[in-house]
Design a protein around this ligand. Sequence first.
Ligand code: MOS
Length: 748
Amino acid sequence: MTSAIGKPVSRVDGPAKVTGAARYTAEIVVPDLAYAVLVGATVPSGRVVGFEPLGPTDGLLAVLTHENLGKIVGRPQLLPSLVGGPAPGASFFPMQDDQVHYFGQPVALVVADSHERAQHAAASLRVRYERTASTTTIDEGRDQAFEAERLFGGLMPGRTERGDVDAALADAEVRLDLQFRFAANHHNALEPTAATAVWDGDQVTIYDSTQGIRASQLTVSHLLGLPLANVRVIANFVGGGFGAKAMIWPHVTLSAMAARHVGRPVKLVLTRPQTYTSNGHREEQEQTVSLGATRDGRLTALDHRKLSITSPFDEWAEPATGVSSQLYKCPNFRGVHRMIRGNTLTPTFMRGPGESTASFALETAMDELAVELGVDPVELRLRNHTDVDDRGNPWSSDGLPECLRLGAEKFGWDATSRVPRSRRDGNWLIGTGMASAAYPVPLFMPTQRARARLYADGSAVVEAGTQEFGTGVLTAMTQVGADALGVPLADTRFHGGSTDLPNVSSAVGSAGAGMISAAVHDAATNLRRQLIELAVADEASPLHGADPADVEAVAGRMQLRGDTAKGEHYGDLMQRHRLSEVEALGSWTPPPLDTPHGLLTFGAQFAEVAVDPDLGLVRVRRLLGAFAPGRVLNPKLARSQLMGGILWGLGQALLEGNRMDPRYGRWGAGNLGEYLVPVNADAPDVQVEFVSVADDVANTLGVKGVGEVGQVGVAAAIGNAVFNATGRRVRELPISAELVMDPVDSWA
Ligand code: MOS
């Protein structure tokens, strides 16, 4: 019975957000609150030699440095907190010694009785450094590159191989060898990362702006050596994450250490510039694609390599080959990740981690192959479609051909206009381009848990320890709970945001809707069954003696299927039994990693651009994405997420990029004010289309996720459109003006 699932329900938290009632972490006020400000290193490598003592400073409570902070107890680790084990974001914790590894690394934490006083003291603190040589760009470290054995905190292999790529490339009728470059990116969530720690005896409550309250709890408990039961993490509303709030960065534990030190609650909000140095970034990278194909456009070999900068502590790289290894039928594949240790914070997940960059390389290469062979690019993708993944397992559900066809139809894809520079609108050159999109459906999470509760007045609450960071999870899970209980949506509330609730994993990898809905569905289903069992065993119930399998619940009422007059409301049954409330737990365990299915969410992206070849201006006129994300819990939310992903792709294609200044080992753009993101004026008409596919493998409700696939392929579609408009092939992101404008000597 699905009466709420699939409906375009408006956000249940919408009124709280638009009226300002929603409290974000930095807005939490508790009595006796003190304020901490981080002081970041102004050199990229070396050591702290000393601090100039601060003069008399009103309201100053503490200046914590490596000299007096105290040691953490647990050893930091890279990733397992996301998947269940104890560990923080990066295997580095600051202020444990005098060493400086990257620009912005916390070297002091200033605590005062007001935010302004803390800021003033932090700005006044003089730190002396001894600087040593640093490596902050690929060019500086190229000769020290090494092949990575494992990626993503050990979750994935660095190298994947099947067939004989070298032989197949040597024999290929057509061969392309292409190199791509990517500037680093930053997340720029609206809400800066923040934490507030409140101790009560040996128990600490942390308000954290995080994508994973449980990961935050595990991290603080592990690092401070506290029982898990003594750490509670709360995130009522999170103002965007995009991956920056997926790892648990040191400031969270630092807020708890500072609060313990000063004996007062402490709030620590990263400044906007600190969000560029303290919650990860997408790493500068290069990728190469060598592909071999037959003259009729069938891939025979694909060699995909990535080189990127990681931190001194962690072998972190976005995995670039998770999709390229299996998106198309290709008997010979090799994926290799190489890294350079640089003086940066550990890079991190960023929306579409790996695939958003990799798809630019792969889907640009496919476009170049289409041009080389004179085959329509949509047709080329269809020709290389595969029914099985890289292990030969069938897709849990597919939809790529349908997305390609539906997208082409809705976009008005014209296969005859593939000649570059063949369309004009005044001085604007017009071009169209497309790309496939795909994103993995992750299965890495442990068992997910949720709880459902019904009250005697007929109202219902479903709960799970997740957090709303803009995805609409509160709304979608309300829908899932209402349907599984058979209770009207208006009588159902979803409650999240606290580690006191049943545990679910961090919302990463587009997994949230699928994994949490499965647990919520199970909890609500268990509760419905429990009440139906009670009814059929109750002589006073109109359902007495019925087979529970014949009883359904609709609008808060249990009734006999086929004879719906027979039944009663949950509330009547509960009141008769003097039950003010009943509850049930539920859980969901993902299929094993070796499940005999391939799991990808598919889509297709189409773009129309106008390029002024004299000025190098690129205006995106239209974007259309068609997606097959499995069950859509709420089309309004799904459309909005996919549209956001597509617009993020526009930013990636044309605007977003940061470069290290190797002289200082710091970002050229140190703040949002110096980093371009799309604004409304850059945003064209965006059209989102759905292809319906049923998936029985991914999770209980067949939700494959819309969090990230919307972004994959957009940059390639735009780049391919730029080529179609101008005849200029850009293998670099962002695609900046100088890369697309006509050379001056061609000016007539
Ligand atoms: Mo998402 S970039 O996997 O947090």
